[in-house]
Design a protein around this ligand. Structure first.
Ligand code: PYC
Length: 331
C-alpha cells in the first residue's frame, strides 16, 4: 500500500520530466531508444527489471509510446546498465500493449543508435535482454547482424478455429517472442490488403487465447505471422504485433521463428541464406546455426537502421496527457 501511494505520488509529482531519446527505423519499423531520463529500475536480471518497469513505471511506457508523443507502431528500448560488465548494455523493449521478450528490428535500432552516438565502434558486442543475451555485429556498410536467442518450433500443425474462417493450421514457434505462423491463410500479402490481414490475424489471436492454445509454460502467443511467396525474396510476411499494429519490418523475432520452422521441416540448411520480405517490401537477410539442443537454432538476422531524430520528450506537469492517451485493452 505504501509503495502504491509513493508511486502514485511520483507519477503525479508536479515537476517537468525530460526524457532524452533517439529514434530510428529498421526496414520501416520505428524504434525509440531511451538514452537518459527514463525510469531507474535498479539491479537484477533484465527479466527482473522488466517486471519492475511493468509494475512500477508503466506510465513511462505509455508516455513514450502512446499518442501524443508516440504511435502504435513504435517500439521503445530502455537502455540499462548490464549485469555482465562485458555486455555493451541491457535493454528492455516495450510497445503500445506492454513489454516484449526480444525485438530484432529494435536491437538493430539500438546498435545503430549506440554507433552514431560514438558509444560503440564497429565490431561485435553483446546486449542483455529479458529472454537472454544476444550478440551484435556492426558492419562498415551500416548494416547490423544480430545473433538472436536460441529459437525453436514448439508445436507443428496446430489447428485453431478462426471466426468466420473455419479451421486454420499453423506452427507455434519461439524466436524471442511467441509466434503462430500460418502459410495456408488464403490472403494476398500485399499492403493494399492491410485491413483484411489485420482483421484475420486479430481474430486468429483471439481464437488462440480463447481455445487455450499457448506457447511453452502457458505463455500467451501474442504475435501472428502470415507467410507467403515473394517475388524478390525467399518469402514475404505480415506480422501482427501484440498491440495490433503490423510490423513494417520483416520482424527479427518472427524471422527467427520462421528459421526454426524451416529447420524443423528440413527446408533450410545451417548457413543457407534466407531473405525475408515484409509487407511493405523491406528485407532482412537471415541464416542460422544449429543450436545446443536438438531442434533449436541460433538465428542470424542482418538489417539496417536509419536514424530519424534525436529529441527530448517533455512531460509538463499541467499537461492532462503527460502520461499519454490511455487506450482500452488491446487484448
Ligand atoms: O523485429 O522482432 C522484431 C519485432 C517484434 C515486434 C516488432 N518488431
Amino acid at each position: 500500500m505504501l509503495a502504491y501511494v509513493y508511486f502514485s505520488f511520483m507519477q503525479n509529482a508536479q515537476h517537468e520530466i525530460r526524457i532524452s531519446v533517439m529514434d530510428s527505423h529498421t526496414a520501416g519499423e520505428p524504434t525509440r531508444v531511451v538514452l537518459a531520463g527514463g525510469p531507474e529500475l535498479g539491479a537484477g536480471s533484465m527479466a527482473e527489471r522488466r517486471e519492475r518497469f511493468r509494475s512500477q513505471f508503466d506510465h513511462y511506457r505509455q508516455a513514450l509510446i502512446h499518442e501524443p508523443r508516440g504511435c502504435d507502431a513504435l517500439v521503445g528500448a530502455l537502455l540499462c546498465p548490464p549485469e555482465d560488465p562485458a555486455s555493451a548494455a541491457g535493454v528492455i523493449f516495450f510497445n503500445n500493449a506492454g513489454y516484449l521478450g526480444m525485438c530484432g528490428h529494435g536491437a538493430i535500432g539500438v546498435a545503430a543508435t549506440l554507433h552514431v552516438l560514438g558509444r560503440l565502434g564497429p565490431g561485435k558486442f553483446q546486449l542483455e535482454t529479458p529472454v537472454g543475451n544476444i550478440q551484435c555485429q556492426q558492419h562498415a556498410n551500416g548494416e547490423t547482424t544480430i545473433s538472436n536467442v536460441a529459437s525453436y518450433r514448439y508445436r507443428p500443425a496446430v489447428k485453431v478455429t478462426a471466426p468466420g474462417r473455419g479451421e486454420i493450421t499453423g506452427d507455434i514457434a519461439w524466436g524471442g517472442n511467441w509466434f503462430f505462423l500460418v502459410e495456408d491463410h488464403g490472403l494476398t500479402l500485399e499492403i493494399e490488403n492491410l485491413p483484411a490481414l489485420t482483421e484475420f490475424a486479430c481474430g486468429l489471436r483471439q481464437a488462440l487465447a480463447s481455445q487455450g492454445i499457448t506457447g511453452a509454460n502457458r505463455e500467451e502467443i501474442d504475435h501472428i505471422e502470415l507467410t507467403g511467396p515473394s517475388r524478390k525474396a525467399a518469402a514475404r510476411n505480415f506480422v501482427l504485433c501484440p498491440g495490433l499494429a503490423y510490423d513494417r519490418s520483416p520482424c527479427g523475432t518472427g524471422t527467427s521463428a520462421k528459421l526454426a520452422c524451416l529447420h524443423a521441416d528440413g527446408k533450410l540448411k545451417p548457413g543457407e541464406i534466407w531473405r525475408q520480405e515484409s509487407i511493405i517490401g523491406s528485407q532482412f537477410s537471415a541464416s542460422y546455426e544449429a543450436g545446443d539442443q536438438p531442434g533449436y537454432v541460433r538465428p542470424y538476422i542482418t538489417g539496417r537502421a536509419h536514424i530519424t531524430s534525436q529529441a527530448e520528450i517533455i512531460l509538463q506537469p499541467e499537461d492532462p496527457f503527460r502520461w499519454g492517451i490511455t487506450v482500452p485493452d488491446h487484448g
